[in-house]
Design a binder for this molecule. Structure first.
Ligand SMILES: C[S@@+](CC[C@H](N)C(=O)[O-])C[C@H]1O[C@@H](n2cnc3c(N)ncnc32)[C@H](O)[C@@H]1O
Length: 654
């Protein structure tokens, strides 16, 4: 993560690294041994008993979470996630796949082109980075179903949200504790549904099978009943159920033969638009609201259309489609000229459009309004000063379109998504990536937030997949690929410095345009954060056509910095400072670092105003540090080791 990533640094003791590696290697070996063999049947009663027991023990806090690994020196336990052999998510819809039974599954096999239908028959066991249940197929065979990391749906757990599931292209493997499991890594591979007929169990009218397709009055009753249940769920803020019930009602209405139910259907679409807005499904919210508009409205319909325009306008605003939001709120204004809601929104949109075009934000006002870490700021993006194009040896880069003065705003962008401490979204895990054998402290909380946002707004997937670490090939269907998201976060996320000093772990976020900025150890722009707004300002004059560069890792020591750039971002920096430092003798670099550390210590201890003797000592430090720099090679380059003592001296003699 560029900038400020030190808060996420976790020191892993050598013996612990060894323990993790050995354990994981043994697990991989076990999996290799069983690859391709037939699945062994499970004892149903025993499996359910085990899940019930595990769930109870966890609820009582009486069982350790097997996902957590021990920390040295009293640091809190951290979850360990093993990233092994990434595989692609299923890119087909369930009807395009062939059904499969549990008895047909083979170990360590991705059953491409197939799906499995199963019901939950146990309580949900919720661990730190995964949840599991016992699932049963229609033959009565059972297996553990484990969902990794992406268990959340509308503030609940996907495994709790329904009792029936479609598992697309099931993958049968062994987990780290040795249990055979159906493993879900990609959120789009698990489809939760209410088994057929289940939502109608307490329907008071004639049985559904008897009526709807034959009789439009019967169908209308079912739809009205589902709508009523949806409204009741909405009232109780059970948004996931409300969404399912409205969707079932709409499916029933589209199933019915020739029944003219348009006003009822429109009402459900309007309600579903509201729930979609509340749950962050903005694309679907806009579609529902627009689909609910009456074509030839009477006076009553006009009022209902106004509600639809309001919901569609809010969704467009949240999707940052400000021009479209203007059009929708203008329609609302036309329908309800006495209502001030549209006027207020149109004013807000006008502010966003101005920010977008001019970069004039009123930063003072924003700073005083948004003080918490990664708070969600109501602001537009200002990215018109730069253009993205090829940068030699670095992939794409961001280049200035015009001359930019020191201190001017180069880019100001609102996060695509952030993991926020206030919502409990900040979570750091240890990841062991078997692809490069590295153990890293990793912001898995951000991967979760990103996956959920993409699953709810699939049209954003393609744009995110364009970032480094994403997929280059189009699969034809918007799917959420967890492994890709992990790499995207690794290469492109920023850590947000904490402004409240409260949170133990740093917030992290993803900014799409800022993710195009390359690194230099001598940057020309510097980031600042207001909530989830990232603001890059020029630190020196930048010429039109020049690449804008910021510093991903400002560690002074050359070797440490080089290792960090390689380990996290997978490149070797060849900026002029790195070139000069790489030509230094190893001994010289070592001596310089020792002197710089002593000078740092001196600066920490010596207050200003300072005694003459202290100033003399500081000058000596300066001289000694400067002597480690080769006069010819460092012309015009920053002498980073002398920075702190130089600043102290300037203040002391001022
Ligand atoms: C946040 S992205 C920057 C945009 C990226 N160049 C692109 O094409 O989308 C970070 C990645 O850019 C590349 N990169 C950034 N700075 C670089 C540099 N100074 N030299 C070489 N590659 C660099 C590395 O591949 C790194 O993982």
């Amino acid at each position: 993560m560029p900038a400020h990533n030190d808060q996420n640094t976790i020191l892993v003791a050598e013996h612990e690294v060894h323990g993790i590696r050995t354990g994981v290697q043994a697990w991989l070996e076990r999996r290799r041994e069983v690859a391709g063999t037939r699945r062994r049947p499970q004892d149903k009663a025993m499996a359910v008993r085990e899940a019930t027991g595990a769930s109870l023990m966890l609820d009582m806090g009486a069982a350790p979470d097997p996902d957590l690994v021990g920390r040295p020196s009293g640091q809190p336990l951290k979850p360990l996630i093993v990233l092994d052999r990434p595989y692609a998510p299923c890119a087909s819809d369930v009807p395009d796949l062939k059904p499969l039974r549990l008895t047909e599954l083979r170990m360590e096999t991705h059953h491409r082109g197939f799906y499995l239908e199963a019901r939950r028959i146990s309580p949900v066991v919720s661990l730190t980075v995964r949840s599991w249940i016992i699932a049963q197929d229609e033959d009565g065979e059972v297996e553990r179903l484990e969902v990794y990391l992406h268990t959340g749906v509308d503030d609940g757990n996907i495994l709790e949200s329904a009792s029936g599931f479609f598992i697309k292209e099931p993958y049968l493997t062994i987990n780290r504790e040795g249990h055979t499991v159906l493993r879900i890594d990609h959120p789009t591979d698990l489809i939760a549904y209410e088994p057929h007929g289940e939502a109608y169990d307490d329907y008071p009218g004639p049985s559904r099978a008897d009526s709807p397709n034959e009789d439009s009055a019967g169908t209308e009753d079912v739809i009205l009943w589902l709508k009523g249940k949806g409204n009741a769920a909405l009232k109780q803020r059970d948004l996931h159920s409300a969404l399912t019930l409205y969707s079932n009602a709409l499916a029933t209405s589209s199933d019915s033969r020739g029944a003219v139910l348009s006003s009822l259907t429109n009402a459900i679409l309007r309600n579903r638009a509201h729930v979609n807005l509340l749950t962050g499904r903005f694309e679907q919210a806009k579609m529902d609201a627009l689909a609910s508009l009456a074509a030839a409205p009477d006076e009553m319909d006009k009022h209902l259309n106004a509600t639809a325009y309001f919901r569609a306008g809010c969704a467009a605003y949240r999707l940052r489609q400000f021009e479209e939001a203007t059009r929708l709120f203008t329609e609302l204004q036309r329908l309800t000229p006495d209502d001030t809601q549209a006027d207020l929104y149109l004013l807000r949109i006008a502010m966003r459009l101005k920010e977008q075009a001019t970069g004039l934000y009123g930063f003072g006002r924003l700073r005083s309004k948004y003080r918490g870490a990664a708070e969600l700021v109501d602001a537009a993006d200002y990215v018109v000063q730069t253009v993205v194009r090829h940068s030699a040896g670095k992939g794409r880069g961001c280049f200035a379109k015009h001359d930019l003065a020191t201190g001017s705003v180069v880019i100001c962008e609102k996060a695509f998504c952030v993991a926020r401490p206030c919502c409990g979204q900040v979570r750091t895990a240890l990841t062991y990536d078997t692809r490069d054998d590295q153990i890293r402290a990793f912001p898995v909380g951000l991967v979760k937030v990103l996956a959920e946002k993409l699953a709810k707004n699939p049209s954003c997937i393609a744009k995110i997949m364009e970032l480094v670490g994403g997929r280059s090939k189009d699969t034809g269907m918007p799917v959420v690929d967890t492994f890709r998201l992990h790499d995207i976060v690794r290469y492109n996320a920023f850590a947000v410095p904490q402004s409240d000093g409260q949170s133990k772990e740093a917030s992290t976020g993803l900014w799409r345009h800022a993710a195009m900025i390359n690194h230099s150890c001598i940057p020309n722009i510097e980031p600042e954060f207001i909530g989830d707004l990232i603001i890059f300002r020029a630190t020196r004059p930048i010429k039109a056509g020049e690449e804008v560069l910021h510093c991903y890792d400002a560690t002074r020591d050359y070797n440490t910095r080089r290792t960090a750039l390689k380990t996290t971002w997978d490149f070797e920096c060849s900026c002029v400072l790195c070139m000069a430092e790489s030509a230094d003798d190893l001994e010289v670099r070592k001596r310089r670092e020792e002197l710089a550390n002593k000078a740092d210590d001196f600066v920490q201890r010596m207050s200003i105003p300072a005694k003459r003797l202290a100033i003399v000592k500081a000058r000596r430090f300066m001289k000694a540090i400067n002597a480690t720099y080769h006069e010819g090679r460092y012309v015009g380059l920053p002498r980073t080791a002398a920075k702190a003592i130089e600043a102290w001296l300037a203040a002391a003699i001022a």
